[in-house]
Design a protein around this ligand. Structure first.
Ligand code: SAM
Length: 334
């Protein structure tokens, strides 16, 4: 089996890739009536390429499965918030994805890649006044460690991964930081926000928590400089029309590192990233267009550490997963 993938939108804008790219994927042997399965690697390919194809096949298969998406019922989209045409296109696209989003990003493929555990590990480090941008359907909400116990929920209601990560997290125990005191969340898509609100209403561990939802574009966050102790983003830098502008905004609203260490603000990031394996990185570069077109706009070869450095952030922890294609970063503002 040989794969030929032509990215007809190699030089197109991100929004054009999302909406209009024509991805041509042909299997030159075998009887394939679906593009996704033909990405499974031939036995003669190097290991890194095989792994890359497997990862891409997960993204593509899921995207294909989600293609007949219907708009979420009762969602009134506001066009006033998006700061660009590209952002508005994403807003409308995610309104359509919202009802089915959890089947992909919270489903079996995500679990196979260990994403729930990574979310738990990351979010156990949140503390104080916290902002989560691009909150989506709220897949992270269950993983926050709160400063005060919930009105009527015991810790046994926490998912096992969250409880284990909270127990292992160094942040609150070693620095005297004692969990999240309030959580502001933003997303551009009213449909995604509606799902997140419903998640909170339906969870005894979340209902009654100080969680606020607001429709906003990450490129123009409605908060003053240095407003937050913790700023969180997961799996969204790859989607934003201008990832650098987004990272700059995250850096703007987080409190600077405290002189002498301890007590300063921090950014918590879990992102699709260009692999540190050169072969796999080359594969990501070559397939970024098709993957974005079929994978809800995610451009999966982001230089996340470069974006952070250019935003004036210092990375204090960086770990890679999924063959280097997912990066967990903790950063502070210099
Ligand atoms: C791939 S989803 C990730 C959602 C969530 N962070 C998670 O980890 O499951 C990307 C999210 O980014 C949001 N988004 C896209 N562009 C945005 C923008 N310019 N400002 C704010 N949110 C945006 C989408 O509506 C969507 O909810």
């Amino acid at each position: 089996m040989r794969l030929q993938a032509k990215n007809a939108c190699h030089s197109a804008s991100r929004s054009a890739r999302l909406q209009t790219c024509k991805v041509q994927i042909q299997c030159t042997a075998g009887n394939h009536n679906n593009n996704a399965p033909c990405l499974l690697a031939s036995k003669t390919q190097p290991e890194a390429v095989k792994l890359g194809r497997k990862l891409a096949s997960i993204a593509l298969a899921a995207a294909v499965a989600l293609s007949p998406l219907v708009p979420a019922a009762g969602v009134a989209a506001s066009e006033a918030v998006a700061t660009s045409d590209a952002a508005l296109e994403l807003q409308q696209a995610y309104d359509k994805y919202s009802a089915s989003y959890d089947e992909l990003d919270g489903g079996a493929a995500a679990e196979a890649l260990g994403f729930p555990q990574l979310r738990a590990e990351l979010l156990a480090q949140a503390w104080g006044r916290t902002l989560e941008v691009a909150v989506g359907t709220g897949l992270n909400l269950q993983y926050y460690s709160w400063a005060a116990p919930p009105p009527s929920t015991s810790t046994s209601a926490l998912p096992a991964a969250a409880a284990a990560a909270a127990a292992a997290a160094p942040a609150s125990s070693s620095s005297g930081r004692e969990g999240v005191t309030s959580l502001d969340t933003v997303d551009l898509s009213p449909g995604m926000l509606a799902q997140a609100r419903a998640r909170v209403r339906g969870s005894s561990g979340l209902a009654g928590r100080p969680i606020a939802f607001q429709q906003a574009d990450v490129a123009a966050l409605p908060y003053a400089d240095a407003s937050f102790d913790t700023v969180v983003d997961t799996f969204s830098l790859c989607v934003f029309p201008d990832p650098q502008a987004a990272m700059n905004e995250l850096a703007r609203v987080v409190r600077p590192a405290a002189a002498g260490g301890g007590g300063g603000g921090r950014l918590l990031l879990l992102e699709h990233s260009r692999s540190d394996n050169p072969l796999l990185a080359a594969y990501q570069d070559a397939t970024a267009g098709p993957v974005a077109a079929l994978g809800k706009g995610c451009v999966w070869n982001q230089d996340v550490e470069g974006l952070a450095a250019r935003a004036g952030l210092r990375v204090t922890r960086a770990e890679r997963f999924a063959a280097g294609t997912v990066e967990l970063l903790v950063a502070e503002k210099r």
